[in-house]
Design a protein around this ligand. Structure first.
Ligand code: ADP
Ligand code: MG
Length: 397
């Protein structure tokens, strides 16, 4: 998809009330934010709108509260944001999200200043894309901007419904970047184009495999989902993750790769363990020699080399899903090897998916990648070839 959406660079926001939908769905423990990447990712857009003199109203959801839930309040986000911006972010404590408190905070808001609304999911209507709550949100503002890429695959009041009731809409810088990198990679890639898929389950990524086979030169499959493909080749996979009902699908995809001339790479060896655990005994075996009472938790050394060689000569690489149980040190080697191969690519490298992004961050390769998507589910839907409703709802240039 070519990015033809209006952006904040196309707006004149001075003195206007701008409602900015962010993705402040940050992980919390005991009332403390444990990782604020999602907050810092929104800063460029927030700073731009402040600098241009907008009356800025921020909103977001956090978690999946069933109605009002104090532990899911956005109050800590207002404090963290204030620290990052070096200016006070007024928190509109309001269980109705758009209630008397929020309205009065916005009435007294001056140009270049910021209010944060309470968790939009305190209102049950939010996830139903209900017109009445959408309208309440829209009436707070003159302009709506979305920068919540991680939620843009959901048609909710604060992502989609609201756009029907404001006269001007645009995407923020984060959205723009995500659409540009993911969109260009999938639809207009510099070749060779290699996609690497891993993670736990085939069933999570059926549509991704199917769509990417239409686009890529090489498709690499590792991680837990590889064993269903190995089973489809007639191999015994022991106690490894296996989705028996997806074996037929795996066969179909292998045939599709042949028909499309896509180079499909599967693990040729695998690290097997006696059980699923950090301290499990382990060894490497060929993919057709997995002992019946062992389970595959990582790709083997020969496979790492095979995959790395395919990756290194690519010009565009998309990676979704770890190659093994990287959370356990003994089974992180395959994921590390693939991350390392990506660092030597002379081209564009894109990481999509929540756990893949976490793996790249934890293993210390984050600054070596061209783009790490901030949206797990949203980036997957992009790779499936779906149109994201939160993007679709924004006006074209
Ligand atoms: P992403 O969030 O990047 O899309 P997934 O959620 O699909 O990735 O998968 C990530 C999970 O898959 C990780 O928790 C990892 O431990 C698990 N995983 C990877 N390989 C295996 C395997 N061989 N057996 C069991 N689990 C695996
Ligand atoms: Mg995941």
């Amino acid at each position: 998809m070519v990015n033809n959406k209006r952006s904040i660079d196309d707006l004149n926001v001075a003195g206007k009330r701008v409602l900015l939908r962010c993705d402040f769905n940050v992980p919390m423990e005991d009332g403390k934010i444990t990782d604020d990447v999602r907050i810092t990712a929104a800063l460029p857009t927030i700073k731009k709108l402040i600098a241009d003199g907008a009356k800025l109203i921020l909103c977001s959801h956090m978690g999946k509260p069933k109605g009002v839930d104090e532990t899911k309040s956005l109050a800590p986000v207002a404090i963290r944001l204030s620290e990052h911006l070096g200016k006070k972010v007024i928190f509109a404590a309001d269980n109705e999200v758009v209630g008397a408190n929020a309205r009065s905070a916005i009435e007294t808001l001056t140009d270049g200043n910021v209010v944060l609304l309470e968790n939009t999911r305190f209102r049950a209507e939010e996830t139903k894309n209900d017109p009445a709550f959408s309208k309440e949100l829209a009436e707070l503002a003159d302009i709506f901007v979305i920068d919540a890429f991680g939620t843009s695959h959901r048609a909710h009041c604060s992502t989609v419904g609201v756009t029907k009731f404001v006269s001007e809409t645009a995407v923020g810088y984060l959205m723009q970047k995500e659409i540009q990198f993911l969109g260009n990679a999938v639809n207009n890639p510099v070749r060779p184009f290699v996609a690497i898929l891993g993670g736990a389950k085939v069933s999570d990524k059926i549509a991704v495999i199917n769509n990417l086979l239409e686009k890529v030169d090489t498709l690499i499959i590792g991680g837990g989902m590889a064993y269903t493909f190995l089973a489809a080749k007639g191999y015994e996979v022991g106690q490894s993750l296996l989705e028996a009902d997806k074996i037929g699908y795996a066969k179909e995809m292998m045939q599709k790769a042949v028909d499309k001339g896509v180079n499909l790479l599967l693990p040729i060896d695998t690290v097997v363990a006696t059980h699923f655990g950090r301290d499990a005994e382990f060894k490497t075996v060929d993919s057709d020699a997995i002992p019946s009472d062992w389970q595959g938790l990582d790709i083997g050394e020969k496979t790492r080399e095979l995959f790395a060689n395919a990756i290194k000569s690519a010009k565009t690489v998309i990676w979704n899903g770890p190659m093994g149980v990287f959370e356990f040190e003994n089974f992180a080697g395959g994921t590390i090897a693939v991350a390392q191969a990506l660092t030597s690519v002379d081209g564009t490298t894109i990481i999509g998916g929540g756990d893949s992004a976490a793996a790249v961050n934890i293993l210390g390769f984050a600054d070596k990648m061209t783009h790490i998507s901030t949206g797990g589910g949203a980036s997957l839907e992009y790779l499936e070839g779906k149109i994201l409703p939160g993007v679709e709802a924004i006006a074209n240039k």
